[in-house]
Design a protein around this ligand. Structure first.
Ligand SMILES: Cc1cc2nc3c(=O)[nH]c(=O)nc-3n(C[C@H](O)[C@H](O)[C@H](O)COP(=O)(O)OP(=O)(O)OC[C@H]3O[C@@H](n4cnc5c(N)ncnc54)[C@H](O)[C@@H]3O)c2cc1C
Length: 442
């Protein structure tokens, strides 16, 4: 701590917060990392599938042996009733144990010189002369810093309390939230083999099992005696929650014996916030809605954002200015790069939500949605096909003119959105930002 305060206080020790704290501390900044749980990663023991290139791109340690999870030898995607399937290519994703990886990153932060305080809840940012200068904890303690980073996950607790003019959003709407549960359960191998509802050694992704925007992924290893089950479900709308759907699947199987590890929680699936920085303030990860909207994957984005933010913050600390304009290069680099692809997929996500399970089944059966398409969404990158090519392909399987025009329109709007984000303002000025925001395709 320098002069009674820190250079940066990072609030929330998820993957994003831990990576940011480690990078800043390695760069010589005085850092306080605050986590409300007693140990980083507590209550978040799910497996996350992370793009393989992430660790290099974000310049973070690869998950150690404890944080690696088992990969299936083969992967298929089936229709909602399981009657038709396509074989997926080698997965571009690496399964990682979230809790263990978060602990590894938190140790990296500590070893790099960050002070880590756990069991401490941040309550609010403190603003002085329009700038964030400190945070107040739930116990009323005031902790000062030149920059405060909100990495509190979906609650975005601090960014929701900064001035509205900073365009850092409010609460994430229920319509922009997905609920997910992923657990690894031990099994009775004899019963599981006899039932054969989940094939041994193959990861099965069931598309839209409970209406649009729902997922169910199961991977069973009979010899090692486990099944890894992920259930994702759009929040609200009278739908069962992911936890309810999870319980009903497991009860229906009847061959599981108990949880080995795993947890569940909400994920924001809207496009990233319009601005990621304020005076003396930044946000990243789920707090900034930097998640792939089509499937709720946020780990890679949080780590990549942490890498960019750390570089920019270290420069601002050196320059002695930590205002919005000085921190802006982080907002610009993220939004015009990965943020643009996330916004593109948000448009497609909203359209996909209007589809029924039968529509999605037809896309698979007629060969309109292929293994290549799924891979592009996972990586993520925009589809390479031209809109005309896409339309021709869609005509093969979609007879409804409404549905066809819906695809064409959303594809065009997604491209327009992508191009708009690519032109995210390179330098900060209030008026240019407002003009850019008002130009986001409706
Ligand atoms: C069941 C499930 C499965 C998932 N699967 C995948 C997947 O396969 N691939 C993928 O990429 N992503 C997946 N995700 C999403 C992924 O876990 C998140 O996108 C990622 O963890 C975001 O990281 P983060 O650092 O931004 O925030 P978080 O991981 O949400 O961390 C935020 C931290 O802040 C702490 N905190 C919150 N409020 C306070 C406070 N007031 N004071 C102090 N600390 C606070 C929290 O305790 C937490 O430790 C999944 C999520 C769930 C729930």
């Amino acid at each position: 701590m320098k002069d009674g305060g820190y250079d940066v206080i990072v609030c929330g020790a998820g993957p994003g917060g831990c990576a940011l704290a480690a990078k800043l501390a390695s760069g010589g900044a005085s850092i306080l990392l605050i986590e409300k749980e007693d140990t980083p990663g507590d209550g978040r023991a799910w497996v996350v599938d992370v793009e393989r290139g992430t660790f290099d791109e974000a310049r973070v340690p690869v998950p150690g042996p404890d944080a690696m999870w088992r990969e299936a030898g083969e992967q298929v995607m089936t229709t909602s009733d399981g009657s038709f399937s396509i074989t997926m290519h080698d997965s571009p994703l690496r399964p990682v144990r979230n809790r263990e990886y978060v602990r590894q990153l938190a140790s990296w932060a500590e070893d790099s010189g960050a002070e880590v305080r756990t069991g401490l809840t941040v309550a609010s940012p403190v603003l002085e002369s329009g700038s964030v200068t400190a945070v107040e904890t739930a116990d009323g303690e005031r902790l000062c810093a030149r920059v405060v980073a909100d990495c509190t996950g979906i609650s975005g607790l601090l960014r929701r309390q900064v001035p509205a003019g900073w365009l850092m959003g409010g609460l994430v709407e229920t319509s922009d939230t997905v609920l997910a549960r992923r657990e690894v359960l031990s099994i009775d191998p004899v019963k599981a083999a006899a039932q054969n509802v989940v094939p041994d050694g193959v990861r099965v992704d069931r598309a839209s099992p409970r209406g649009s925007y729902s997922v169910e992924t199961a991977f069973m290893d009979i010899e090692d005696g486990f099944v890894d089950l992920l259930v994702g479900q759009k929040a609200g709308g009278g739908r069962p929650t992911a936890d309810e759907a999870f319980t009903s699947i497991v009860e229906g199987w009847g061959f599981t014996r108990g949880k080995l590890f795993g947890d569940g929680g909400p994920i924001p699936i809207r496009r990233p916030l319009e601005s990621l920085v304020g005076d003396g303030f930044i946000t990243l990860g789920d707090a900034a809605c930097q998640v792939i909207p089509m499937h709720g994957s946020g780990t890679a984005s949080a780590l990549i954002a942490a890498d960019i933010a750390a570089e920019v913050i270290l420069e601002t600390l050196d320059s002695g200015r930590c205002d919005r304009a000085a921190l802006w290069p982080y907002s610009h680099r993220f939004m015009s790069g990965r943020g643009a692809v996330l916004a593109y997929y948000d448009v497609l996500r909203k359209h996909a939500e209007s589809l029924e399970s039968d529509d999605v089944n037809r896309l698979l059966i007629k060969g309109i949605m292929t293994a290549d398409d799924v891979r592009e969404g996972l990586v993520p990158k925009p589809f390479e096909r031209s809109p005309l090519e896409l339309l021709r392909k869609l005509r093969r399987g979609i007879t409804s003119p409404m549905l066809l025009s819906g695809f064409a329109l959303s594809g065009a709007r997604a491209m327009k959105t992508l191009n708009h984000y690519r032109k995210y303002p390179a330098t900060f000025d209030e008026e240019t930002l407002r003009r850019w925001v008002s130009g986001i395709p409706a």
